[in-house]
Ligand binder design. Structure first.
Ligand code: TIU
Length: 220
């Protein structure tokens, strides 16, 4: 086990059993004209974490540890998208409607692709998830179990929506979870700060949080 300085106390990382999960670093959330923009958000904050997230991915790739990418993506016929999700927020453009980067949150569209700087490599798992959480309707729990993964390191966007939901789902399934705080971002700085605090509160009720430099300093 490798001890990583973290809040609320050191995270014990198990090298052979740890995977990195990069949540939804897709153009839909990071670039103008995508889903995040259609909800009225200032999307410019999110691209700032691309360099840190890239370093984090490199750290795992260099050791041959698994890297898993997720995308929030619906089937073109939207059969996996509840009407409540389409209606929610009275957005300027709804899920499935055509925006500047193709149909919003629809698999295969230009906006649904992970940003070039963080593009998955051959052999890495890419999960299209219809919900905010990575476990709902994806089958990933069984795949991780088959791989012997017990520890998940998290990055991606947005901190309090898809990242936190996925981390809570993972926590309930018994994974030991660490969130890299400078490789995740929110449209709302106060929600990011609150999310980091609530994950680590109560002795790590959801898991651990730490900056990338602490992980880098701990790994051989
Ligand atoms: N709106 C928002 O903050 N997030 C999402 O809709 N999805 C993700 O977080 N990926």
């Amino acid at each position: 086990m490798i001890a990583v300085n973290a809040r609320p106390y050191p995270y014990e990382l198990s090298p052979a059993r740890t995977a990195l999960v990069v949540i939804d670093m897709q153009r839909d959330f990071i670039e103008r004209g995508g889903f995040g923009d259609s909800l009225g958000n200032d999307v410019s904050r999110l691209e700032a974490i691309i360099p840190t997230t890239s370093r984090l991915i490199s750290l795992f790739r260099a050791r041959g540890w698994p890297v898993i990418h997720t995308r929030e993506a619906h089937k073109p016929d939207l059969s996996d998208c509840p009407p409540s999700k389409i209606r929610r927020g009275n957005p300027s453009l709804h899920i499935g409607e055509a925006g500047a980067m193709g149909r919003l949150l629809v698999a295969g569209e230009p906006g649904n692709q992970i940003v070039d700087a963080l593009a998955p490599m051959d052999g890495e798992i890419v999960i299209d998830k219809p919900g905010k959480g990575m476990f709902w309707a994806t089958g990933i729990h069984e795949r991780l179990r088959d791989m012997g993964i017990t520890h998940l390191v998290f990055a991606g966007v947005t901190t309090e929506v898809c990242v936190q939901t996925s981390m809570r789902e993972a926590n309930d399934r018994g994974y030991e979870c660490l969130l890299i705080e400078d490789a995740t971002e929110s449209y709302f700085p106060q929600f990011k700060a609150a999310t980091l605090d609530m994950i680590a509160a109560q002795g790590g009720i959801v898991g651990w949080v730490t900056p990338l430099r602490e992980l880098e300093a701990s790994l051989p």
